[in-house]
Design a protein around this ligand. Structure first.
Ligand code: 5GP
Ligand code: ZN
Length: 110
């Protein structure tokens, strides 16, 4: 999608140092980190949100990437977050999973 910032990151139109990359998924550090580790994991194909996922293999690819990233970086305790819809805090309408780690994570979240 032409106007989507995460599509531009996914196709390297915007230079990014990936934390992880394969043919389906790219992961990179959040611009405005909310924890010492704050990684965004996104599908390379444009899907706006969880509500727009048609092919569930997209989710499998994302969770497979999360397992590889956390294992490789020895991240044992972490939180995954998917905000869906502006009322829930979604600001970029290209599906992404946040990985947050490196500080105590409170529950319930805000
Ligand atoms: P959301 O609020 O949609 O769940 O999460 C969007 C996240 O994307 C935010 O944490 C925000 O800091 C991050 N973000 C927005 N634009 C960029 C960007 O251009 N580069 C990177 N690395 N992160 C971004
Ligand atoms: Zn996109």
């Amino acid at each position: 999608m032409t106007d989507c910032i995460f599509c531009k990151i996914a196709n390297h139109e915007i230079p990014t140092t990936p934390v992880f990359e394969n043919d389906k998924v790219i992961a990179f550090n959040d611009l405005n980190p909310q924890a010492p580790t704050h990684i965004l994991v996104i599908p390379k194909q444009h899907v706006a949100s969880v509500s727009d996922v048609k092919d569930l293999s997209v989710m499998q690819d994302l969770f497979d990437a999360i397992q590889q990233i956390t294992t490789k970086n020895n991240i044992k305790d972490f939180r995954t977050v998917i905000n869906t819809g502006s009322g829930a805090g979604q600001t970029v309408f290209h599906l992404h999973i946040h990985i947050l780690a490196g500080r105590p994570l409170l529950w319930p979240p805000g």
